[in-house]
Design a protein around this ligand. Sequence first.
Ligand code: ADP
Ligand code: MN
Ligand code: MN
Ligand code: MN
Length: 359
Amino acid sequence: MPEQHSVSNSAALAKYASLDQRGSLQAEYIWIDSVSGVRSKTKTLTKKPNSVDDLPEWNFDGSSTGQAPGEDSDIYLRPVAIYPDPFRGGDNILVLNECWNSDGAPNKFNYRHDCAKLMEAHKDQKPWFGLEQEYTLFDEYGHPYGWPKGGYPGPQGPYYCGVGTGKVYCRDIVEAHYKACLYAGIKISGINAEVLPSQWEFQVGPCEGISMGDELWIARYLLHRVAEDFGVKISFHPKPIPGDWNGSGLHTNVSTEAMRKEGGMKHIEAAIEKLSKRHKEHIAVYGDDNTLRLTGRHETGSIDQFSYGVADRGSSIRIPRSCAKEGYGYFEDRRPASNACPYQITGIMIETICGGLDE
Ligand code: ADP
Ligand code: MN
Ligand code: MN
Ligand code: MN
């Protein structure tokens, strides 16, 4: 059988990428589908938009994405944020959208809508978030990227922040993604190679309010797109390799303005107290298959029990040592799985620590 080439021919594409667009620009409309994937399609615009209000609503066939039944399949795309497009460059843009049904209700998988309401209701508290997105790379045949064929690499140890052949995999993709995020204006705050070989992490934040979910989804979109160029698959599964290998999380760092000021520790402690009473509700929206990851091993807490501690990587909530010393700062919720929705995480976080919509 001839070898299949699904890798795009970037060299050939480069010839066309710099052609004059004669004043028109390409807007890549992006949305989140029914299985926490991202989808996108392109629209030509004849005028540069100044804000999302200048952008037309659009639609797609929701029956092809599991977002609508066949007999009423139109789903509407409502633009909510614009970013420079690192793939097309120039005035071309990426447009993040919310999905709405034809009856005027938010689509079932539109978790942004409720999150935005909560963020708006509590914006005076200036909530900041920082998300640590862990993920794993697989080759196009579904084999962990760079792993020996039909075998396993040596045990975990040399790979975390690893340097050198055999200790680090796929640095090129990770670097390309980092640059793409910077170009798009995503507040990517860093990257590191993780404990499992071919597992990495990028951090986005601090971001205020609803922008956290927006920026993380765009960063995920960029990662999938960059990986296409290398013929590599991105997995956000929280336990990508069974056995004695680390899982992937989406550690969620949180602060309100009061927590960031002198004396903030009492606000952090009050938040943790509230979180301890809603463990089950949080776990319910902290991602699928999280039971496979939150085992109390591999730097995780147990899924059944809430716990917290200073500098404790085996607890649900960790207060960074530096914050405990200074008496203010932020806390880290280590429970969310890598495949969780940032709108659901940040939404329930604000609901628990700041209150619901009428508080
Ligand atoms: P870890 O030590 O757990 O690996 P990282 O350095 O990977 O932590 O990630 C920490 C994240 O916390 C970053 O995204 C950073 O922007 C974010 N962060 C820093 N300060 C705050 C704060 N006051 N509130 C919320 N998030 C913050
Ligand atoms: Mn980290
Ligand atoms: Mn990590
Ligand atoms: Mn962390």
